[in-house]
Design a protein around this ligand. Structure first.
Ligand SMILES: [Zn+2]
Ligand SMILES: [Zn+2]
Length: 184
């Protein structure tokens, strides 16, 4: 994995490249892309400014991390159908016209609900993509050193999503928790 900023730029680049392969007549000159760290309920979002005609597609980083590209590309297709509707009709919802177009490009017909855990468990071995989510400070979160990756038995890493702090031991947890403070 690259540094955070690089991976996010790469996600936008990948989504932009991919979008142009999806058979939708979209004017990409008015479409901009961004990555959201915070969106908690959606994997993606498509915003429209009727004054300027600008379309913004916002991708949720944690959803990409949790889904992987294959599934996440469905989110991109879904948001592109919204972009297409906004450009063609000035409005977008999940009505019959949307559903028809979504079918044509094999996109999920509803906005994917995505509730990322506050805490992400991942494998300390970068080549292993095992991961899990936690919402609370359970014992695996406060003491990950006592647990192993569910796939390859390597040590675990816990990441607090809001702050980006991560740790692999109880001491690490306590230090991170102090740094995170009120934001926990
Ligand atoms: Zn939608
Ligand atoms: Zn593993």
């Amino acid at each position: 994995m690259g540094s955070g900023a690089t991976s996010r730029t790469q996600l936008v680049e990948r989504a932009e490249r991919y979008a142009k392969t999806v058979a939708l007549p979209i004017d990409y000159s008015t479409v901009s892309w961004e990555v959201s760290e915070r969106a908690r309920r959606r994997a993606g979002q498509c915003l429209y400014n009727p004054q300027t005609g600008a379309v913004t597609i916002r991708l949720t980083w944690a959803a990409f991390e949790a889904y992987g590209w294959e599934q996440f590309s469905g989110v991109v297709r879904h948001e592109l159908v919204h972009a297409w509707e906004f450009q063609q009709f000035g409005a977008s919802n999940h009505g019959p016209r949307f559903r028809q177009k979504a079918r044509e490009v094999n996109a999920p017909r509803t906005c994917e609900r995505f509730t990322d855990g506050r805490l992400a468990l991942s494998c300390a071995d970068e080549s292993c993509d095992w991961h899990a989510e936690r919402h609370r400070a359970s014992s695996v979160v406060t003491n990950p050193g006592r647990y192993r990756c569910g796939a390859c038995r390597s040590p675990l890493r816990v990441t607090h999503r809001e702050s980006g702090e991560s740790w692999r031991s109880h001491d690490g947890y306590e230090r991170a928790r102090r740094r995170i403070g009120e934001e926990w």
